[in-house]
Write a protein of this length. Structure first.
Length: 180
């Protein structure tokens, strides 16, 4: 599902953004004015959505920030199976290049106290597994959103969703890693 687009006649690169509400709320056209951006972010989505994009981005570049809505699958009993499923879904998109953000830390109402420990473990396993996949550029931003063992509230609007300052961090990391 394509949510929004931004096109500049003199764009440097086409970027397809895929994810959950973090991507859906991202002000992409303001953040990336010299890129042709397509926003495939859908609030509440997770691994099933990523899997539904099988073959959708053949030969294209995608930017992925997804996973927080599946944090119930980060348990010690499920994490290895979920990491395998997650990476398989990413590579099945057919993308030529995949810029993959780590799952962001969160402190949303009702989150168990171990949520960020589980997210950190998930990120560590994903980073380990994708390091040898040539078309995946892993963007480990997790620690940029932590301050004094908690989320850095200056980047969040509600403990889960980002504000403009959080999006500036994500954008800067991507811009510093883009291969033109």
């Amino acid at each position: 599902m394509l949510v929004s687009t931004s096109c500049n006649d003199e764009y440097d690169i086409k970027l397809n953004f895929v994810g959950d509400s973090i991507v859906a709320r991202w002000p992409l056209s303001e953040t990336f004015p010299s890129q042709y951006v397509l926003n495939y972010g859908v609030s509440g989505e997770g691994i099933d959505y990523l899997e539904s994009l099988n073959g959708r981005f053949n030969g294209e570049t995608i930017v992925v920030e997804i996973g927080t809505n599946n944090n119930n699958l980060f348990t010690p009993d499920n994490i290895t199976e979920y990491v395998t499923r997650y990476i398989k879904a990413l590579t099945a998109t057919g993308a030529r290049e995949i810029y993959l953000y780590s799952v962001l830390p969160r402190e949303f109402k009702g989150d168990p106290s171990i949520t960020n420990l589980l997210i950190s473990d998930f990120n560590r396993l994903v980073a380990h597994h994708v390091k040898d996949i040539d078309n995946i550029i892993y963007l480990d931003v997790y620690n940029l959103f932590i301050y004094d063992d908690h989320i850095n509230y200056q980047y969040y609007s509600d403990g889960l969703h980002l504000n403009i300052y959080g999006y500036e961090v994500l954008s800067e990391v991507l811009l510093n890693n883009l291969k033109y």
